[in-house]
Design a protein around this ligand. Structure first.
Ligand SMILES: Cc1cc2nc3c(=O)[nH]c(=O)nc-3n(C[C@H](O)[C@H](O)[C@H](O)COP(=O)(O)OP(=O)(O)OC[C@H]3O[C@@H](n4cnc5c(N)ncnc54)[C@H](O)[C@@H]3O)c2cc1C
Length: 400
C-alpha cells in the first residue's frame, strides 16, 4: 500500500505548482527536494541583516501574461502583494564600455523591419534566421543576438524562434512586469510555507522503481512510495532517474542538452557606484551574457547586480575582477559577505523541439507518471506552470 497519492521530485516552480494543484484537489502529495531550499531557479538571495537586501540569482520577472501563475498567486493570497518593477532601461556593455542601445543600432535597416515581418512565419525557424531577417544582419549581430543571449542565458542563434516571447492574454489587474517583496523566492516560500505544500528538503532522489501500479523513490535519506509520480527536475536529472524504469522516455530526454550559467550576485552601497540606474547590462563579445540589476526594485542604500557568466570562461577570482572592471569600482569594494554564487541550468531547445516533446506524451500515458519542467514549450515560468497544469489534469483523467 503506497504512502501517498503523489510524489513530486523537485521543488522549483514546476514541482510546487503541480503540488499546489494536487493539494487543491484534496490529494496527499509530497515534494522531495535535493537542496536545502525551495525554488530552484526562483532564487532570491537574501543578504540578511544589517542591510536586509536581496537580489535575484535566477529568474527576476513575472508578467501579467502569466495567467496560470497568476491564478495560483491569487489562490494563495499573493496577487495583492505583487510589486511593479520600475521602468529603467537596459544598456550594452561592448568594447570595454557601457553604451546606449540606440547608439548601437543601424536605423535605416530597422525601418524596413515592419515590411520584412509581413508573411514571415516563426515556426520552423531559428532565432538567428527569423529575427536576423527582420532587423537585418548588422542590427542582429550588434544588438539583437546579444540581447537574446541575455534573455535565455545561452547562445540564442539556434534556439527556436517560436519558443521566445509567446503571445498570451494579459491580465489587467496585475502589473505588466512584477516581482514580490523579497523577490520571486516569495512565491516558492509561500507555496511551500507552513500552511502550504509539504516539502522535504535535502532529499536527493537517486532511484525510481515501479511497485505494482505505484512507485518507490529512493533518496539519500530513505524511501518513499506513492500511487503516482511526477518528475519536476531539470532535464538531465529526469533522464538519469528514468534510465532504468523507462528507458524509451530517458532515451528521448537524453537528446536535450543542458546549458550551464555561472551566476554571481553582488550587493554594493549605492553611493559608491558610478553607473546610473539600469535594468541590466547586455554583454556583447563578453564573458557574461548579462548583468541583471536590482534597480528595478530600488533600495535607498544598496544596489545589486547578478552577472550571468558563460560557463568555463573565467575562474571565481577572475569573475569578481571582471565585475569590478565593468561596474567601474575598486575591487576592494566587493566584499565576500556581499556576494553569492549559483550554477544555473537551462535546457538547450532546438527547432522542432515542441513537436519532439509532444511525442513524450503518449509514452507517459497510462503509467501514472508525469514529466514537467522547462523543457517542453518554453523556459519561462509560465511555460512551466502551464505544463504542470496539463500534466495534473492528465493524471486526474487517468484516475489519480
Ligand atoms: C538566470 C535565469 C534567469 C531567468 N529569468 C526568468 C525570468 O525573468 N522570467 C521567467 O519567466 N523565467 C526566467 N527564467 C526561467 C525560469 O526561471 C525557469 O525555467 C524555471 O524557474 C524552471 O523551473 P523548474 O521548476 O522547471 O526547474 P528548476 O527551477 O530548475 O527546479 C528543479 C528543482 O529540482 C531539484 N532537483 C534536481 N534533481 C533532483 C533530485 N535528483 N532529487 C530531488 N530534487 C532534485 C533542484 O534542486 C531544483 O530545486 C530564468 C532562468 C534562469 C536560469
Amino acid at each position: 500500500m503506497a504512502d501517498r497519492d503523489l510524489l513530486i521530485i523537485g521543488a522549483g516552480i514546476s514541482g510546487l505548482s503541480m503540488a499546489h494543484y494536487a493539494a487543491a484537489a484534496g490529494l496527499n502529495a509530497l515534494v522531495l527536494e535535493r537542496e536545502d531550499r525551495v525554488g530552484g531557479c526562483l532564487h532570491s538571495h537574501r543578504f540578511g541583516e544589517p542591510n536586509g537586501f536581496w537580489l535575484e540569482l535566477g529568474a527576476h520577472s513575472g508578467f501579467n501574461s502569466y495567467g496560470n501563475l497568476l491564478a495560483i498567486l491569487e489562490r494563495v493570497g499573493l496577487l495583492d502583494r505583487l510589486q511593479r518593477r520600475a521602468k529603467v532601461g537596459f544598456r550594452m556593455f561592448a568594447g570595454g564600455a557601457v553604451k546606449s542601445i540606440p547608439s548601437q543600432l543601424h536605423f535605416p535597416a530597422l525601418a524596413l523591419a515592419p515590411f520584412r515581418m509581413l508573411g514571415l512565419i516563426k515556426t520552423g525557424r531559428t532565432v538567428a534566421d527569423y529575427y536576423g531577417h527582420i532587423v537585418g544582419r548588422r542590427n542582429y549581430t550588434a544588438v539583437f543576438e546579444p540581447a537574446f543571449n541575455a534573455v535565455i542565458c545561452q547562445p540564442a542563434g539556434e534556439f527556436p524562434a517560436d519558443s521566445l516571447f509567446q503571445p498570451r492574454p494579459r491580465r489587467k489587474d496585475a502589473p505588466r512586469s512584477f516581482t514580490l517583496p523579497g523577490g520571486l523566492q516569495t512565491i516558492a516560500d509561500t507555496l511551500a510555507g507552513p500552511t502550504g505544500i509539504p516539502v522535504e528538503l535535502g532529499r536527493n532522489a537517486r532511484e525510481i522503481r515501479r511497485d505494482g501500479e505505484g512507485f518507490v523513490v529512493r533518496t539519500d535519506r530513505g524511501e518513499y512510495s506513492a500511487r503516482a509520480l511526477c518528475l519536476a527536475t531539470p532535464v538531465a536529472a529526469a533522464t538519469e532517474l528514468l534510465r532504468v524504469p523507462f528507458p524509451d522516455i530517458a532515451g528521448r530526454l537524453a537528446e536535450i542538452e543542458t546549458a550551464r550559467v555561472e551566476s554571481v550576485g553582488i550587493a554594493l552601497p549605492a553611493a559608491r557606484l558610478p553607473l546610473p540606474p539600469v535594468a541590466g547590462l547586455i554583454g556583447r563579445d563578453e564573458s557574461f551574457y548579462s548583468a541583471v540589476s536590482r534597480d528595478t526594485v530600488p533600495d535607498a542604500h544598496w544596489r545589486g547586480f547578478t552577472f550571468h557568466f558563460r560557463p568555463g570562461v573565467l575562474g571565481e577570482e577572475e569573475k569578481v575582477e571582471r565585475i569590478a572592471q565593468v561596474l567601474g569600482i575598486d575591487r576592494a569594494l566587493l566584499e565576500s559577505g556581499h556576494m553569492a554564487f549559483k550554477l544555473n541550468q537551462l535546457p538547450v531547445l532546438r527547432v522542432g523541439h515542441s513537436e519532439r516533446a509532444e511525442v513524450l506524451n503518449p509514452a507517459l500515458a497510462g503509467n501514472r507518471l508525469a514529466l514537467i519542467g522547462n523543457y517542453f514549450s518554453g523556459v519561462a515560468i509560465e511555460d512551466c506552470v502551464t505544463r504542470s497544469r496539463a500534466e495534473f489534469e492528465r493524471l486526474r483523467r487517468e484516475g489519480l
